[in-house]
Design a protein around this ligand. Structure first.
Ligand code: PXP
Length: 237
């Protein structure tokens, strides 16, 4: 059965919007696990716009399932990962001005740095995944640099505006899955998955885990609003 890793970055986004202590992603992670998720995913960005160093270190202590740390392959992030020792590190490209991770890593163009970084992290017991576009060359390069897993970028499939376009992107993902499977790489997938587009992706049995954030946190705000308002009315009365 496909596993679910829940990305809780946007719980931290809400906290950072006010510069207060809540909502705490650590508390959110506990609820996510109690609801049955298989793992917690956080992206520690260079600009610290949502998840903070403190979150990563506490989550490492409190997460009972698996902690997957998304990060750029920079010396600063590698140092933090080696201290925190999450179960998995997913290396992602990062641009300061982007709203969210825009594309997959250019593995072929950064083989030297990636091989070194991956060896260092794996040498410390961390499972290594690379976030890449569903593209054969990137998958082969991921194998060459020593990755254990690839996380296939589902953004183009999710952004498709017509059924034909969606089918084309889906086929592209299926081809990528076959290549990664043949190379004996573990396969995760994510980005942009929501309650409407997830089913077809979950049907691909070679994909071990889906990493989903924005749509889950967005739904939590809406389904939780009724209760939150009632609780406040009760206090005011
Ligand atoms: N996978 C990676 C590598 C990501 O950067 C993100 C976004 O932080 C996700 C998955 C989750 O994407 P979404 O928030 O659209 O579900």
């Amino acid at each position: 059965m496909t596993r679910l890793g829940v990305n809780i970055d946007h719980v931290a986004t809400l906290r950072q919007a006010r510069g207060v202590k809540y909502p705490d992603p650590v508390a959110a992670a506990a609820l996510v696990e109690m609801a049955g998720a298989d793992g917690i995913v956080v992206h520690l960005r260079e600009d610290r716009r949502h998840i903070q160093d403190r979150d990563v270190h506490i989550l490492r202590e409190t997460v009972k399932t698996k902690l997957n740390l998304e990060m750029a392959a920079t010396p600063e992030m590698v140092k933090i990962a080696l201290e925190a020792k999450p179960h998995m590190v997913t290396l992602v490209p990062e641009k300061r001005e982007e709203l969210t991770t825009e594309g997959g890593l250019n593995v072929g163009g950064n083989k030297g740095t990636l091989t070194k970084t991956i060896a260092q992290l794996k040498g410390n017991g961390i499972t290594l995944s690379l976030f890449i576009d569903p593209n054969g060359q990137q998958i082969e390069a991921s194998k060459e640099v020593g990755a254990d897993f690839v996380e296939l970028h589902t953004g183009c499939y999710c952004d498709a505006t017509t059924r034909d376009e969606e089918d084309k992107e889906y086929k592209n993902l299926l081809d990528a899955v076959s290549i990664a499977y043949e190379l004996d790489l573990g396969i995760n997938a994510g980005h942009g998955l929501n309650y409407f587009n997830v089913k077809r992706i979950a049907e691909i049995k070679e994909i071990e885990e889906l990493s989903i954030g924005h749509s889950i946190v967005a739904r939590a705000v809406l389904v939780g609003l009724d209760r939150a308002v009632r609780d406040m009315i009760e206090l005011i009365k």
